[in-house]
Design a binder for this molecule. Structure first.
Ligand code: GNR
Ligand code: NI
Length: 176
């Protein structure tokens, strides 16, 4: 188990389309362990494998409230197989875009098919925070970020801010 580095905007790897997991094996389970360590360490309520640089279709989630027992959930090769016409708005954040929050409109309910850690097919019908997070994470697997769902004006402003920060950090590193 290990804490891994989280990729930050404008890292181009965040735009990769992740590959399906062919077999849930020991290496997959090790990666899932690293994802939980990294997600809990951040802390965050969800993580897609690409956020630690692994372009594989794996998502970890834990939506338990602060003082409740841990409730880890794993979704391998998740796919939205149905979405509601009704939409809802939720203020989203992303570990790859730290300290930026914005309202995003998405279907309020989705049905998601996926494999569990035993490689068994499962389906879940999600509403509320689970529906939001599953859509946010499945977007990551397709190289899509939550800022792609906000206005172009706001998106361009955020991208510019993070590009500038990355440039400054690179300059600082060169000085050392
Ligand atoms: O920790 C996270 N919080 C969050 C809040 C609202 C909507 C989505 C999320 S997911 C995010 C972690 C993350 O970046 N997952 O990709
Ligand atoms: Ni995210």
């Amino acid at each position: 188990m290990a804490l891994r580095e989280i990729l930050i905007l404008p890292d181009k790897r965040l735009r990769l389309v992740s590959k399906p997991v062919a077999k849930v094996d020991a290496a997959t389970r090790k990666l899932i362990g690293d994802m939980f360590d990294t997600m809990y360490g951040a802390p965050g309520i969800g993580l897609a494998a690409i956020q630690i640089g692994e372009p594989k279709r794996i998502v970890t989630l834990d939506l338990a409230k602060k003082d409740d027992p841990k409730a880890p959930q794993v979704f391998i090769n998740p796919e939205v197989v149905w979405e509601s016409d009704e939409e809802g708005t939720y203020e989203e954040g992303c570990l790859s875009i730290p300290e930026y929050y914005e309202e995003v409109k998405r279907p309020s309910a989705v049905k998601v098919a996926y494999l569990d850690v035993d490689g068994k097919k499962q389906e879940v019908e999600a509403t509320g925070l689970l529906a939001t997070c599953l859509q946010h994470e499945i977007d990551h697997l397709n190289g899509v970020l939550f800022i792609d769902h906000i206005s172009k004006l706001k998106r361009d402003r955020v991208i510019k801010k993070y590009a500038k920060a990355a440039k400054l950090a690179a300059k600082d590193d060169a000085k050392k």
